[in-house]
Design a protein around this ligand. Structure first.
Ligand SMILES: Nc1ncnc2c1ncn2[C@@H]1O[C@H](COP(=O)(O)OP(=O)(O)OP(=O)(O)O)[C@@H](O)[C@H]1O
Length: 197
C-alpha cells in the first residue's frame, strides 16, 4: 500500500483555497481529507473555553498567547498530516504560508514526501473585491499577505481562480495527479535559503 499524497494549496486569504478543497473532497475518483490549521486552533480554543469557562484571573496580551501556543499547534498539525500520509490517506492542506518559520516547518516535514505544491493565484484587486463581498474577513488581510504568500515561483501547478471556478481548479489538480508526473517543486524550494523570521 502506497503512502498518501499531500496537496498543498498556497494562496492568500480569499484566494479560493477552501472552495477548491471542498471540490477535491466532493469528487470521488481520488479520496482526500482536508486539514486546515484553523481547525486545530478552533478545536483547541473550544477545549480551553469548555474546560476553563471562568474569566482568567490574569488577562494577557493576545500576542503572548500566540507566542506560547502557535509553535506547538503547528507541530501537532504537521504531525497529524504526516501520520495520515503514512497511513495511506491523501491530504489537502491550505494553510496561509505568510511567514518563513511556518514555511520552513512544512519543508522540513514534507520535502522528501509526495507533496504537490499548488499556487492558488488571484490578483490583489479581485482579492479585495472578494473580501468586501464575503464580509467575514478583516478588510486588507489578503493584501497584507500578498507579497509573502506569492513569493514562491516554483509550483508543480498553478490554478488561477479568476479564470477557473473551484470545480475546474479541482479538475486541473486531479488531471495532474493522474498524469503521474513528478512532484518536484517542494524539493527545489528546499534548496533555497529561506530566512526564518
Ligand atoms: N474560483 C473562484 N471564482 C470565483 N470566486 C471564488 C472562487 N474561489 C473562491 N471564490 C470566492 O471567494 C471567496 C473566498 O473563497 P475561499 O473561502 O475558498 O477562500 P480561502 O482562500 O479559503 O480564504 P480564507 O483563507 O480566508 O479562508 C468566497 O466568497 C468564494 O465564493
Amino acid at each position: 500500500m502506497k503512502q498518501g499524497i499531500l496537496v498543498f494549496l498556497n494562496g492568500t486569504s480569499s484566494s479560493g483555497k477552501t472552495s477548491i478543497s471542498t471540490e477535491l473532497i466532493n469528487q470521488k475518483e481520488i479520496p482526500f481529507y482536508h486539514l486546515s490549521i484553523d481547525d486545530f486552533f478552533n478545536n483547541y480554543n473550544d477545549f480551553i473555553n469548555n474546560k476553563f469557562p471562568d474569566e482568567p484571573p490574569r488577562g494577557i496580551d493576545h500576542q503572548v498567547v500566540s507566542q506560547i501556543l502557535d509553535d506547538s499547534i503547528l507541530t501537532l498539525y504537521l504531525a497529524t498530516i504526516k501520520l495520515l500520509l503514512e497511513l495511506g490517506f491523501n491530504v489537502v492542506a491550505d494553510t496561509v504560508l505568510n511567514n518563513d518559520k511556518r514555511f520552513n516547518a512544512f519543508l522540513d516535514q514534507f520535502f522528501d514526501q509526495p507533496t504537490l505544491f499548488i499556487g492558488v493565484i488571484c490578483s490583489k484587486e479581485e482579492l479585495i473585491r472578494r473580501e468586501q463581498a464575503r464580509g467575514d474577513r478583516q478588510i486588507g488581510l489578503a493584501a497584507s499577505q500578498f507579497s509573502k504568500v506569492y513569493r514562491f515561483n516554483e509550483y508543480d501547478l498553478e490554478v488561477n481562480t479568476e479564470e477557473l471556478n473551484p470545480i475546474e481548479c479541482a479538475e486541473k489538480i486531479l488531471s495532474f495527479i493522474k498524469s503521474d508526473r513528478d512532484y518536484s517543486a517542494f524539493k527545489k524550494i528546499s534548496k533555497k535559503e529561506i530566512s526564518v523570521s
